[in-house]
Design a protein around this ligand. Structure first.
Ligand code: GLP
Length: 240
């Protein structure tokens, strides 16, 4: 485990080993009394969810709060983050309560206020994050206010392009999302961020060793006291 800035950086051989390492962080947090888990979508967390599903951990007394959701997709849309979470975790391991922003509510003020209230009532003990190639966390794109709470986001063209692989056609990728803000994420007691692959290497280096700047939303994690980073060799390749 390398100590770079304030972050504990753990380098693993591959996604499978990353799943085990991430599982260990969850298991430890729950053993230490974590009651609210902040969860994430994307391909990166999948191996962690596989380990959680295969384990004997019981979430029936815990609460989950997800980072983000596309605006305009109902919970039963196969590309909605609601659907993703049901499929990868909640069907197999139900929580007492699971919250995901309500993408079907087109009233952004109501939807985001409601979600901030949920987070305030359920302070997050451990927040899992993936990392966008441009350094985004959740859907907080470069330029996002570091104090931001839940808000409606216009997705950047690079994020739309990166997520197009999950849709039949790039035109079907939603253009907006509701996302917890950087400020919401930084309120979590502990943060686990995971990144794999060469395409994430520049964002990883900027997150850990670059300046803290709105240009790289993940760089604000340098200001948090308890961040665990899991990387494979390719994602770690631009660290020095
Ligand atoms: C999306 C999600 C992020 C995720 C990112 C990376 O933009 N909103 O939460 O971290 O994609 O996804 P992947 O893990 O598939 O690389």
């Amino acid at each position: 485990m390398k100590q770079l800035t304030n972050m504990n950086v753990q380098i693993v051989s591959d996604k499978l080993a990353g799943g085990q390492a991430g599982f260990n962080v969850f298991q430890q947090a729950i053993a230490n009394g974590a009651k609210v888990l902040g969860l994430a979508t994307g391909s990166t967390p999948v191996t962690i969810y596989e380990q959680l599903v295969a384990s004997d951990l019981d979430f029936s007394q815990l609460t989950s709060v997800n980072l983000d959701e596309y605006v305009g997709l109902n919970a039963d849309h196969p590309q909605s983050y609601h659907y993703f979470m049901q499929h990868h975790l909640f069907n197999q391991k139900p929580f007492a309560n699971s919250y995901v922003p309500d993408g079907s509510n087109l009233d952004a003020t109501a939807a985001t206020h409601e979600y901030d209230q949920i987070i305030a009532e359920n302070p997050i003990d451990l927040q899992l994050l993936g990392l966008g190639q441009n350094g985004h966390i959740g859907f907080n794109e470069p330029g996002t206010d570091p104090k931001s709470t839940t808000h409606k986001v216009a997705l950047t063209s690079s994020t739309i392009a990166a997520n197009a692989r999950f849709f039949d056609d790039a035109d079907e990728v939603p253009r907006y999302a509701y996302s917890m803000g950087i400020g919401s994420i930084l309120q979590a007691k502990q943060i686990l961020i995971v990144a794999y692959g060469e395409a994430k290497a520049a964002a990883v280096a900027a997150m850990i060793q670059g300046p803290v700047t709105p240009d790289v939303p993940a760089s604000y994690l340098q200001t948090h006291p308890n961040v665990h980073v899991i990387l494979d060799e390719a994602a770690a390749s631009q660290l020095h």
